[in-house]
Design a protein around this ligand. Structure first.
Ligand SMILES: [Mg+2]
Length: 175
């Protein structure tokens, strides 16, 4: 099982086939915050993403936010969305994912980890045996060490093309 290869590589969360996830036995989604549902250069989750997140629960998925961020901002987002949160996650270490699965009462192999980073979300998700879905970052803005990692990420993901259309249309290319 390659640890640095997401099971799905998509342009954005809207491209996730939720019916297919359910058919694959996925019961819960462990969702990254920064640049996955919250652009780094803003402080609010865009309306269409709020709608998408709300729709997850309506479709029967359990959802927990798992973020390496420790600022109040992620707590505010979790409260606004009415979701469980594990902050200061130190992804790719497995502990936060295990905590999230305990909060939700599901096994890790019934979870899909969704995030925009190979070395935190995907690697961490693989370590705990979850399905992993990588999406393109919502904004080009990010922490300096993340931007460095993205260069390495781009080398590893070379040749891979994110499925979907929305972000590609905006000219964001992972390579
Ligand atoms: Mg992120």
């Amino acid at each position: 099982m390659p640890l640095l290869a997401p099971d799905r590589y998509l342009t954005d969360v809207h491209a996730i086939d939720l019916d297919a996830l359910a058919a694959d036995g996925i019961e819960a989604l462990l969702l990254d915050i920064d640049n996955t549902i919250l652009p780094r250069d803003t402080n609010s989750v865009p309306p269409e993403l709020i709608e998408w997140v709300v729709g997850l629960s309506q479709r029967g998925f359990k959802v927990c936010l798992v973020s390496n961020n420790w600022h109040e901002r992620v707590r505010i987002v979790a409260t606004e969305l009415g979701l469980d949160l594990v902050a200061k996650a130190i992804k790719p270490l497995p502990f936060a994912f295990w905590l999230a699965t305990r909060k939700l009462g599901v096994r890790a192999r019934r979870c899909a980890v969704i995030g925009d980073q190979l070395f935190t979300d995907v690697l961490g998700g693989k370590i705990v045996g979850a399905m992993t879905i990588m999406v393109l970052p919502l904004s080009e803005t990010d922490l300096p060490h993340t931007l460095l990692l993205r260069r390495l990420e781009a080398r590893i993901m070379r040749g891979a093309r994110a499925d979907g259309s929305q972000r590609i249309d905006r000219g964001v290319d992972p390579t």
